[in-house]
Design a protein around this ligand. Sequence first.
Ligand code: GH3
Ligand code: MG
Ligand code: MG
Ligand code: MG
Length: 312
Amino acid sequence: FTGALDASSLLEKLETLTRTAHYDPFKVLIVDDSRAQATHTELILNSAGVVTRVITEPVLALLALAEFQPDLIILDMYMPECLGTELAKVIRQHERYVSVPIIYLSAEDDLNKQLDAMSEGGDDFLTKPIKPRHLIATVRTRATRARSLKARMVRDSLTGLFNHTHTLQLLEDASSRARRDGKPLCFAMLDIDHFKKVNDTYGHPMGDRVIKSLALFLKQRLRKTDHIGRYGGEEFAVVLPDTDLEAAHRVLEEIRRRFAEIRYPAQPDDLTCTFSCGIAQLRDDLDINQLSKQADEALYRAKHGGRNRVEL
Ligand code: GH3
Ligand code: MG
Ligand code: MG
Ligand code: MG
C-alpha cells in the first residue's frame, strides 16, 4: 500500500484525540482469519483515529458485535470456518444490526463473485490491496451516514426520547451488565393519568405539550446513565442502572410530586397533570420480559389504587 505509517505521527494524533473532550471515535470490527491482514487494516484505521477490534474466528462475531457495538464491520470473504457472506447473512437476521454497514475486504477480483457477496447483506466491496486513503474515506463516510441514520431510528420524533424498540434493547444491554457486575437495576413504567380527558378538554396540541414537558422533566431530573424511553402514546419507560428499589422509588416519587405541581396556562382553567408509575427491580430469576411485566403490574396497581402514585 502507499504511504507508510509513521508511529510518532500516530501517537501524536492519538494524544490529540484523547485530549479532545466528548470525542466519540468510530468503532470498526474487523473479521479476518489472517491476523497479519487484520493488523494491517487495523493500523491504517488507527492512524485515522478509528478504534478497532479484531476477531479471527467468525463464530465469535455476534458476541463481539454485542460487546463492542461497532459502527461498521470489515469482513473477509474467505475464511476456513465460514464464508464472509454466510456471516453477513447471519448478522442481518438480527434486528439490531440491520443498519450496521458491512464492507467486504478481499483479494477476490471476480466482479460476479463481488456482486453476489454484496447481495448477501454487504454494503460495499473493497479489493486488496487497498490504498489507505481509500479505506479510511470509505469507513468514514459509511460510518458517518450509519450513525446519523441510527440516531434517527432509535428516537421518538415528538420528544427526542428513545423509542419503544430501542428502550427494550437498552434494557437488555443494561441488564446483562448489571448481572455481570452484580449491581442492582430497576425498570420503571409511567403512564399519564386521564390523558384522554386532557385531549378532549384542551385539544390534542395541549396533550402533545404535556407529553413533551414530561419528557423534558424526566431528562432533567434523572441521571445521564439512566435511559428514558417513550414507550407508547402517553407512556414512558425508564431503565435505572446501579439503582435499587428504594433509590428508584425515592427519585420517581420526587418526580411525580414535582410534575403534579406544574400548571399549564389554559382556558377556562389552568391545566395540571399527574402520572402513575410502577417499578420493578431485576433479580436473578427474572428475565427482562418478566421484569417489564412486574413493572407493568405495579403500574396497574398504581392506577387502581387511585392514580398519581408510585407502586413497587
Ligand atoms: P389512564 O389514567 O387510565 O391512563 O387514562 P387515559 O385516558 O390516560 O388512558 P388511555 O391510555 O386509554 O388513553 C391514552 C390517550 O392518549 C389516548 C390517545 O388519544 C392519547 N394519545 C396517545 N398518543 C398521543 C399523542 O402523541 N399526543 C396526544 N395529544 N395524545 C395522545
Ligand atoms: Mg481470509
Ligand atoms: Mg396509556
Ligand atoms: Mg394514561
